[in-house]
Design a binder for this molecule. Structure first.
Ligand code: GLV
Length: 379
C-alpha cells in the first residue's frame, strides 16, 4: 500500500521495527487514557467551513522563537530516535531542515549533539533534562552554545518516569541481563531490514549525549536505567534561574499543562512554553493538550510563545492546535513512525503530507496566512 498519511507510517513502522522499539514509541503510561484523549479530543475539534474567499495564495510560513520557518512546526524531542533508522536523528534533522522546519534533539537521543549538528545544514534545537549531576547540565548547555543551538527546550514533566506497561511486556524494561537481551535479539531477528539498517550498520547503539558517563560496555538498557535513576526530582522553579544563567538564547519550558504553571513559567521570563503531557507517557488521566491549551493561551498568550504537542497526526491537526491558541506545534510520534518506515525520506514525505493537509484546512476555513488562524475558525 502507498503511504498517504501519518497513520500509514505508523502501520509501516510496526511492520519494520522489532516489537520493543515499536511499543516504546507507540505506547503511553498506565491504561493510555491520556494518550487516546490527545488524539481523540483534537480530532473532535470542529472547524467552520468558509467559502468564496480567494484562497489561491496561501502563506504557511511563520516566525517561531526568532526562527523563520516554512510552517509553524518543529520535530520535537524523541528519545532513542536513532534506533528507528540508521543514525536516525541525523537523517531526521536533515529532512526537517530541507523542508524549512526545525529539528529538536533529545538529551536521550542516540546520536550526540555534535554528530547531528555536523550533519545538519543549520544549527538545531536542543532539549535538556536536568540530571542530579549539575556538571552534566553545565556540559550539555556549553555544548549547545558552542554548536550555536538557537533554542533550548527544558523538559519539566519527567521528575520520575511514567509507568509504561508496554515497555515491560515487550522486554525493553524489567528484563535485565542476558534474558532481556535475548528477548530483544529474538524480536530483532524477525525484522531483517531493521537488523541490517540499524542493528548492524547503525552503531554505536548508545545514548550519545550521556555515553561518556557510563562504562564502555554499557548496553541500551543500562542507559535507560541510568536516565531513570539520574533525572532530578528535586527541581523547582528556582532551578530555572540556574539554567537561565547558563543559557543566553531562546528558552522554552516544556511540559506545562496547567494555567497556573503557565503563569509561573511566564514569570521566570522564559521565551515560551510547550503545552504537553509528554505524549500521554507520564501521568495518565490528565487532560489532553487540546483540552488544556485554550485556558493556558488565555492565561499567557501574547506574552510568550506557546508551542503544543500531543495527538497531532495530520496537517489538519496542526491548524486545530493553532486555532486553540498555539503559536506552533511539535511533532513526536508522527515523525518517529515516518523515520522508522522510510528513514529521512519518510520524514520528508510526512512533512509534504502535513503541508498539503494544512493548505486544505486553511483554504476551507477561509484563511490565507498563519496569523489569521485563531478561535474565529472554530465552529
Ligand atoms: C522520554 O522522554 C520518554 O518519554 O520515553
Amino acid at each position: 500500500m502507498r503511504i498517504a498519511s501519518a497513520a500509514d507510517f505508523r502501520a509501516a513502522a510496526r511492520r519494520r521495527l522489532p516489537r520493543f522499539l515499536f511499543e516504546y514509541i507507540d505506547g503511553g503510561s498506565y491504561g493510555e487514557v491520556t494518550l487516546r484523549r490527545n488524539v481523540s479530543d483534537l480530532a473532535e475539534v470542529a472547524l467552520r467551513q468558509r467559502v468564496l474567499r480567494d484562497v489561491s495564495a496561501l502563506d504557511l510560513s511563520a516566525e517561531l522563537l526568532g526562527q523563520k520557518l516554512a510552517m509553524p512546526l518543529a520535530l520535537g524531542p524523541v528519545g532513542l530516535a536513532g534506533m528507528y533508522a540508521r543514525r536516525g536523528e541525523v537523517q531526521a534533522a536533515r529532512a526537517a531542515q530541507a523542508a524549512g522546519v526545525q529539528f529538536t534533539l533529545s538529551t536521550v537521543g542516540c546520536c550526540p549533539l555534535r554528530e547531528v549538528s555536523a550533519g545538519a545544514e543549520r544549527p538545531i534545537w536542543f532539549q535538556l533534562y536536568v540530571t542530579r549531576d549539575r556538571g552534566f547540565t553545565r556540559e550539555m548547555i556549553a555544548g549547545a552554545i558552542e554548536l550555536d543551538c538557537p533554542v533550548l527546550l527544558f523538559t519539566v514533566d519527567l521528575p520520575v518516569p511514567g509507568s509504561r506497561y508496554r515497555d515491560v511486556h515487550s522486554g525493553l524494561t524489567a528484563a535485565p541481563g542476558l534474558r532481556g537481551r535475548t528477548r530483544r535479539f529474538m524480536q530483532a531477528l524477525g525484522r531483517p531490514r531493521w537488523l541490517w539498517d540499524v542493528g548492524v550498520n547503525g552503531r554505536p547503539h548508545a545514548l550519545g549525549n550521556v555515553a561518556h558517563l557510563l562504562d564502555r560496555k554499557a548496553g541500551m538498557l543500562d542507559f535507560l536505567t541510568w536516565s531513570a535513576a539520574n533525572f532530578d526530582a528535586t527541581l523547582t522553579w528556582k532551578d530555572i534561574d540556574f539554567i537561565r544563567s547558563l543559557w543566553p538564547r531562546k528558552f522554552v519550558i516544556k511540559g506545562i499543562l496547567d494555567p497556573d504553571d503557565a503563569r509561573e513559567a511566564a514569570a521566570t521570563g522564559a521565551d515560551g512554553i510547550t503545552v504537553s503531557n509528554h505524549g500521554g507517557r507520564q501521568l495518565d488521566g490528565v487532560l489532553s493538550t487540546a483540552r488544556a491549551l485554550p485556558a493556558i493561551a488565555e492565561a499567557v498568550g501574547g506574552g510568550m510563545t506557546i508551542l503544543a504537542d500531543g495527538g497531532i497526526r495530520s496537517g489538519l491537526d496542526v491548524v486545530r492546535m493553532l486555532a486553540l491558541g498555539a503559536d506552533g506545534v511539535l511533532l513526536g510520534r508522527a515523525w518517529a513512525y515516518a523515520l522508522a518506515a522510510q528513514g529521512g525520506a519518510g520524514v520528508t514525505r510526512l512533512l509534504e503530507i502535513f503541508e498539503a493537509e494544512m493548505r486544505v484546512a486553511m483554504a476551507l476555513t477561509g484563511v490565507t496566512r498563519i496569523d489569521q488562524i485563531d478561535r474565529s475558525i472554530l465552529a
